[in-house]
Design a protein around this ligand. Structure first.
Ligand SMILES: Nc1nc2c(c(=O)[nH]1)N[C@H]1C(S)=C(S)[C@@H](COP(=O)(O)OP(=O)(O)OC[C@H]3O[C@@H](n4cnc5c(N)ncnc54)[C@H](O)[C@@H]3O)O[C@H]1N2
Ligand code: MOO
Length: 400
């Protein structure tokens, strides 16, 4: 059986797609930046006031009162004003400070009578001024390539006057369920049949991403129809994801179909749940085949396919890795397992930091535990856990 981290490394090393395009900022969030972006303008753009108040000219310790000579609002220019010693200008947050300003005093700490300003609290030189370039200097790197664009990055690009940004193209992804037993939730329930959970899990998860997601429906347990549907999908999509029919049963047709159509890699992963997992290619289309049990689908999707999609979407191997944090176990496990376990846990905040509480019902078909869980706690093979041990958890945050 293959170790989880070896499987992850193989996927992240082997997979890459590289189409790029320029997109308006608001159509780029969640996509991966294709090139480094430089600081076009110093930030702040010009020396400006951090507060509503008064800009003061001259040495603040020497003076008790100032003559107000100007009023500068945000958006106005201060180019024509020079404050001499003993002069002040009414000023607002974000407004450019005039030349000669040595400090800005808060309006709450002032009194004005007949155009003369008095200050009720000691002020220091250089207070409440945001200086040009103190945050970012023109010509330095603003954002480095191959990271996923967050709303903060989009805001940063806008603040630098970028209207478009070069990103890796969104992926087109098609999701299928498989199996004669699987029904749509709108269909009447018949003996021996079950309602589809996996396709709804994967589609709703993926639809939160910036990629283009298509519902491929349910494939019957029929070799010819499975092959037909996958051949057609491979002509239209970058990525195909299936669930079910991947293990060793006679009615498991997906693997056989991919073997006919392209290249198949089948893994027995040393993880629980999620042992049978396959991936492959039909021409340039990448295919991921998840095990049918819903929790096995969820675990392999989060721990392997989400990182693989990240890499295909342009991320570096490092940025595509799933992120774990260390928390204290609030449970013990003495029975050793040969496979690495991903257990559904709640994370509870305590005085010693976050603790992982093990949920009941860890069976690989028990989806209700996923509804309650905050994270997947990892227990390495042949490892016991004692209450208070630090363990790795992967948050169940449904990100792509
Ligand atoms: N002889 C063996 N049998 C099984 C093995 C094995 O190694 N030897 N592995 C077991 C493990 S572990 C898993 S996980 C499952 C995975 O099997 P498949 O990927 O072939 O999945 P199916 O057999 O099609 O289905 C398994 C299970 O999940 C239900 N299912 C399938 N699709 C859906 C769906 N869209 N929504 C909800 N539930 C679904 C299906 O009805 C089955 O109950 O194989 C074990 N067997
Ligand atoms: O490993 Mo399977 O995924 O136990 O259900």
């Amino acid at each position: 059986m293959l170790d989880y981290y070896d499987a992850l490394q193989t996927l992240l090393t082997e997979l890459a797609l590289i189409d790029v395009e320029d997109r308006p900022l608001l159509e780029a969030v969640g996509l991966v930046l294709a090139e480094d972006v430089m600081v076009k303008h110093d930030a702040p753009l010009f020396d400006n006031s951090a507060m509503d108040g008064y800009a003061l000219g001259g040495d603040v310790e020497d003076y008790q009162q100032w003559h107000i000579v100007d009023r500068i609002a945000a958006g106005a220019s201060a180019a024509d004003t020079v404050l001499a010693t003993g002069q002040a200008a009414r000023i607002f947050t974000g407004a450019p400070i005039p030349r000669g300003t040595t400090t800005v005093v808060l309006q709450e700490n002032t009194q004005v009578e007949n155009g003369v300003l008095k200050i009720s609290k000691t002020v220091k030189q250089g207070q409440n001024i945001r200086f040009q370039g103190e945050e970012l200097a023109k010509g330095t790197c603003l954002l480095s390539a191959k990271q996923c664009l967050t709303p903060a990055m989009i805001a940063m690009l806008a603040s630098q006057g970028y209207a478009t940004v070069r990103v890796f193209k969104p992926l087109t992804i098609c999701v299928f369920s498989t199996g004669n037993e699987v029904l749509e939730p709108c269909q009447p329930l018949v003996d021996g049949k079950i309602y589809d959970a996996n396709r709804y899990l994967l589609l709703s998860w993926l639809k939160q991403s910036a990629h283009q997601i298509t519902d491929g429906g349910i494939l019957p347990d029929n070799q010819e129809k499975t092959e037909q549907a996958l051949r057609k999908a491979s002509q239209n999509f970058d990525v195909i994801i299936t669930s079910g029919g991947v293990s060793v049963g006679e009615e498991d047709h997906v693997r056989a179909a991919i073997e006919q159509l392209g290249k198949l890699v089948f893994w027995k992963l040393a993880i629980k749940p999620g042992k049978p997992f396959a991936w492959g290619e039909i021409n340039t289309t990448k295919i991921f085949m998840l095990p049918g049990n819903p929790v096995s689908s969820l675990v392999t999707f989060q721990q392997l396919v989400v990182p693989a999609i990240g890499k295909l979407a342009g991320k570096t191997i490092e940025n595509a890795q799933p992120r774990s944090v260390q928390v204290k176990a609030d449970f013990s496990i003495s029975k050793l397992q040969s496979r690495r376990e991903f257990l559904r846990v709640n994370l509870i905040s305590s005085e010693e930091g976050f603790k992982a509480i093990l949920l009941a019902n860890q069976g690989s078909a028990m989806l209700s535990t996923c509804v309650k869980a905050d994270a997947l706690a990892e227990v390495p093979p042949e490892t016991a856990v004692s209450k208070g041990d630090f363990i790795k958890v992967y948050r169940l945050d449904y990100k792509v």
